[in-house]
Write a protein that binds this ligand. Structure first.
Ligand code: ACM
Ligand code: ZN
Length: 481
């Protein structure tokens, strides 16, 4: 009998505590499962002895995680396992992956494959970006024009790619329930995102009366930042959003709800008499504070329904956002406003572009960059870690039209992010992670996922320069400015 790699562990994420003990658990030793109420929700233990394999965990997800880790052990060692003790649990409760289904629609089966693969690495939140300038992707009972009109665009002109073919797609309420249930069985909460007050061109194509100008617009066909926002001066805007949220909260039962807030240029608000009147009435000094007001109104609606709202970091730059709104960090701080939000008790999810965005080629954001995300940023005080709920890996899909490309870009980078969230500050050196990932590569084959192979994970300078140049080619001259 040969025991491979005894003395080393190859699981991802790396368990908190592990040690080998004497002996071998031969092929066919019984596997027993035991519910341990004293363990935390996501904690589990594995005891492998010559007599049995004992998995212990909380009734829900703990046991599932124990089975997942056992599956990885079997992949590494085969039928005979070295005896060992594992005690495991995550550093952060929020370990998330985001997929943008607004810029390009991916089918339920394609999403399920991404979700199943993510569960293998114990990611536990699926941030589903389902509304943006270029598409609204859910069936709405209350506002059917959202799926009839906002889900379809007349062509694609993303950067240098051009097509005049109409394209679209949306998820029916039954499909959403199917995805939510599928995730639930894998310990994953679905966090839908309806981005606002910007990135709403698709919604405005169906309901133009909700913008400041009230003029007709088309569902976006290009990448970039669009000028039209929801009008913050009209009461109808808030009524619309609240009724839309009511419709969505029924099918998304999770704790968190993302309301966007990124990239909202204030040109329209500054020129809109209704928005100006709102600012005056509410004593708001500038348009950024108006965004804070807008955000707080929607956030308090969600909180009254028992949900925790999340926003992108620009939303807190006015300094007036309630501390109960979690902030997702993707760019730098501005005038220390993110720090101020965290200082007053706000929570943060880390999603820094250079370390978390998987829409860029590996030559721009390598696997090593993903792994080396700083989890307690010094600028957030002595223990920046206090405010941190966790980390997210993301993929935006303006330039991703095919599922295979989506998978290559996300895998294995999503696995690196999963370990960042699971191990936090206690994670190992990148080289150790890379070795484990190389051994576990057959996992991607098991799920039929087109992951990038090891030679592509950390491109050399020359390859990186070529990939950067190729990536830039996605953008037209105008977009590059
Ligand atoms: C973002 O990348 N606009 C959040
Ligand atoms: Zn307005």
């Amino acid at each position: 009998m040969v025991v491979h790699w005894k003395g080393e562990f190859y699981m991802i994420p790396r368990p908190r505590k592990m040690k080998f003990t004497e002996g071998i658990a031969a092929k066919g030793v019984p596997v027993k499962e035991q519910i341990c109420p004293e363990l935390g929700v996501e904690e589990y233990c594995i005891h492998i002895s010559p007599e049995q394999i004992l998995l212990e965990g909380s009734p829900g997800i703990g046991l599932f995680y124990a089975r997942t880790t056992l599956g990885q052990l079997r992949m590494i060692y085969g039928e005979e396992l070295p005896c060992m003790e594992i005690e495991d649990g995550p550093a952060y409760s929020y370990r998330s992956f985001q997929i943008d289904c607004a810029r390009h629609y991916f089918s339920v089966d394609e999403l399920k494959k991404m979700i199943r693969m993510s569960a293998e690495f114990k990611l536990n939140h699926f941030h589903w970006h389902i509304s943006d300038d270029q598409g609204f992707r859910l069936e709405s009972r209350r506002y059917p024009r959202l799926h009839e009109i906002s889900s379809v665009r007349a062509g694609d002109h993303f950067g240098n790619y051009h097509s005049d073919q109409k394209s679209g797609g949306y998820y029916t309420r039954d499909e959403v329930k199917d995805i939510v249930d599928y995730c639930g069985n894998l310990g994953i909460e679905v966090v839908p995102e309806v981005d606002m007050p910007g990135h709403v061109t698709a919604i405005l194509a169906a309901y133009p009366e909700l913008s400041c100008l009230g003029e007709p617009v088309e569902v976006g066909m290009k990448a970039g930042i669009f000028k039209e926002l929801f009008c913050a001066g009209k009461e109808e805007t808030f009524t619309f959003i609240e009724m839309l949220l009511d419709d969505l909260l029924e099918i998304f039962p999770g704790k968190y709800f993302h309301i966007g807030g990124d990239e909202a240029p204030k040109e329209r608000w500054k020129a809109c008499p209704r928005c100006q009147k709102r600012m005056e009435e509410e004593g708001l000094k500038n348009a950024q504070e108006l965004q804070g007001y807008f955000c707080n109104r929607i956030a308090s609606y969600l909180r009254a329904k028992g949900r925790i709202p999340i926003v992108w970091n620009e939303a807190v730059y006015g300094g007036n956002v309630d501390k109960g709104v979690a902030v997702q960090l993707w760019t730098e701080d501005k005038d220390n406003q993110i720090k101020a939000h965290l200082d007053k008790g706000g929570k943060a999810i880390l999603a820094m572009v250079d370390h978390c965005y998987c829409d860029y080629p590996y030559g721009m954001h390598s696997l090593k960059d993903m792994y080396e995300l700083e989890v307690s940023p010094a600028e957030f005080g002595e223990d920046g870690g206090e405010a941190v709920l966790g980390a997210e890996c993301l993929v935006w899909t303006e330039f991703i039209r095919e599922n295979e490309r989506l998978e290559e870009l996300c895998w294995p980078r999503f696995a690196a992010s999963a370990e960042v969230g699971w191990c936090g500050k206690a994670r190992s050196e990148y080289g150790d992670f890379r070795d484990r990932l190389t051994k576990l590569f057959p996992l991607f084959e098991k799920y039929g996922v087109h992951a990038t192979k090891p030679e592509g994970w950390d491109p050399d300078e020359e390859t990186a320069a070529r990939q950067t140049e190729e990536f830039q080619m996605n953008f037209s001259e105008e977009d590059r400015e």
